[in-house]
Ligand binder design. Structure first.
Ligand SMILES: C[S@@+](CC[C@H](N)C(=O)[O-])C[C@H]1O[C@@H](n2cnc3c(N)ncnc32)[C@H](O)[C@@H]1O
Length: 197
């Protein structure tokens, strides 16, 4: 079940982010001076945290691209997403890309490299790996790659697994593969697994 999070006592956004994860995303986004891309925005809970960081950090140069077809299990979430972002005055920091991730990648301007990538879209192994293969090459060296729902992966001992949501072994496997292959630094925040490219 999604959780509800109240942003600034103003807007209640439904989503799947813990407070720890939201605070952490906000903090990372505050350091970004360029493009941040999120795959899987739903109704904008993670987007709102990232946008808060952009607003408080480098609002003139940083920008968040929100890739989602906005049809989560048949429900159209685009109206809620736009409503929530407008209520929080965040649309100025955000470009929604209302389409499947593979199409968004095809439409992406190759000259724009990513400082931060948050993957929280298709949670199957094939889907998550496809997002990884498509978007990670665009992340600059030293940039941040973040996977949500990676619990149960390499970092079994460290990841808190006491949340209600079921683990997603496909996402965990993608995290495992990358950490084994090449990573300079990585860590976990609740169900987030982050890596420095
Ligand atoms: C778990 S939700 C994202 C939750 C959101 N990050 C939050 O903080 O509440 C996953 C989202 O990914 C989207 N999605 C799933 N597969 C996708 C794909 N292949 N391309 C684009 N969006 C996708 C769904 O529409 C859904 O909104």
């Amino acid at each position: 079940m999604p959780v509800m999070k109240n942003m600034y006592g103003k807007v209640c956004i439904e989503g799947w982010l813990t407070s720890n994860e939201g605070d952490w995303l906000m903090k990372q986004a505050r350091e970004c001076k360029g493009a941040v891309l999120e795959v899987g925005s739903y109704k904008g809970l993670s987007s709102a945290h990232i946008a808060t960081g952009i607003r408080d950090g480098f609002p003139d140069s940083a920008h968040l691209y929100c890739v989602d077809h906005f049809k989560h299990v048949g429900t159209d979430t685009y109206g809620s997403f736009v409503h929530n972002m407008n209520e929080l005055n965040f649309m100025r920091y955000i470009t929604p890309m209302r389409m499947f991730s593979d199409l968004a990648r095809k439409e992406w301007d190759e000259d724009i490299e990513l400082e931060m990538l948050f993957i929280d879209g298709d949670h199957s192994y094939d889907g998550c790996k496809a997002d990884w293969d498509a978007w990670v090459p665009l992340v600059k060296e030293g940039g941040l790659v973040i996977l949500h729902d990676a619990q149960g992966g390499v970092s079994k001992k460290e990841i808190m697994i006491s949340y209600d949501s079921k683990p997603f072994p496909g996402v965990a496997r993608v995290a495992d593969e990358f950490i084994k292959y090449k990573v300079s630094e990585w860590g976990v925040v609740d169900r987030i697994c982050w890596m420095v490219k």
